[in-house]
Design a protein around this ligand. Sequence first.
Ligand code: NDP
Ligand code: GDR
Length: 321
Amino acid sequence: MAKKALITGITGQDGSFLAEFLLTKGYEVHGMTRRTSTMNFERIKNIIDEIELHPGDLLDQHSLTMMVKEVQPDEVYNLAAQSFVETSWKQPVLTGEFTAMGVTKMLEAVRLSKPDAKFYQASSSEMFGKVQETPQKETTPFYPRSPYGVAKVYGHWITVNYRESFDMFAVSGILFNHESERRGLEFVTRKVTHAAARIKLGKQDFVELGNLDSKRDWGYAKDYVEAMWLMLQQDKPDDFVIGTGQTWSVEHLCKTAFDVVGLNYKDYVKINDKFKRPAEVDLLVADPSKANKVLGWKPKTSFEQMIEIMVKSDMEREANA
Ligand code: NDP
Ligand code: GDR
């Protein structure tokens, strides 16, 4: 019989790639969606007939428990969250409710309705924040720098706690930034690739950014969803750092993206302080050696390849818009 996977956050970047990946592995894929007044199935429209959707919300314990009871999944991937760092200062309470307490609610749903399901929690390199060592690995102490990062630290530890308290197969994947042509437009990579494409097409004059000096370990989302799956295929539950081991500045990102369309980024990038954050994470770079060794996982797509994929996809979309 096909294995059953349940994905929260299936309409998001990672959820949509993970659903496609699990379908290729022969899984029966279920996803949770929350009610919206307009449809937001853009990222899953190509697989909509192959998956089963269930209404639910991270704020609503009953909907989560009933969904897990009904689906009886073998694997649960908890990807739903308020995932934009900047918004977490404007909506700190909501971020805490979704991104922190939402994890406990999902864990409770699994504990009560399918305790032997394997559980994946989408943790983040933002937990390292003001980094205590470089590169960052599984044992690096956390020092979050935003309400989002703080909420993710809670989500990480409650996952570890349920594993230790209830003997659940619950793991925390500490994923560094990963991007794609499906990335939300508010995140810096997509904001830049989208702007580069539009400027090239004469549809936009410039792009305004905040801090060009911060550095991130950027990988390709399609490569990263495989790591999530691999973590749940192990005999013993454990936590892993997933990243490329390389880091680039936002300024280098701009250069790389504008190079793809043959333009000099310096002519089009402006600084607007409104995009600077109250507290910044200056540098993130992963030490993914544990994942390399234990999971046999390595990133397949380079930073340059990924930015080229994103710019070309934005060019195509914008040319036809
Ligand atoms: P997205 O923002 O693209 O997707 C977030 C998903 O969560 C969407 O499907 C959204 O639904 C859903 N969601 C938000 N709030 C609720 C709620 N209250 N109830 C139910 N569903 C909700 O994020 P990504 O795909 O990029 O990230 C997936 C996860 O991985 C997130 O938890 C994120 O914090 C984490 N992460 C991401 C990294 C990255 O670089 N991408 C790195 C490390 C961790 P809707 O479509 O309705 O808004
Ligand atoms: P991040 O991603 O905060 O790392 O969180 P984001 O792309 O938003 O920012 C990366 C860096 O770029 C700087 N920056 C800007 N950022 C945005 N969004 N817009 C701008 O105009 C801009 N100018 C400069 C930021 O200051 C920052 O230093 C992402 C999310 O996916 C999280 O959910 C995830 O957990 C982490 O990655 C790992």
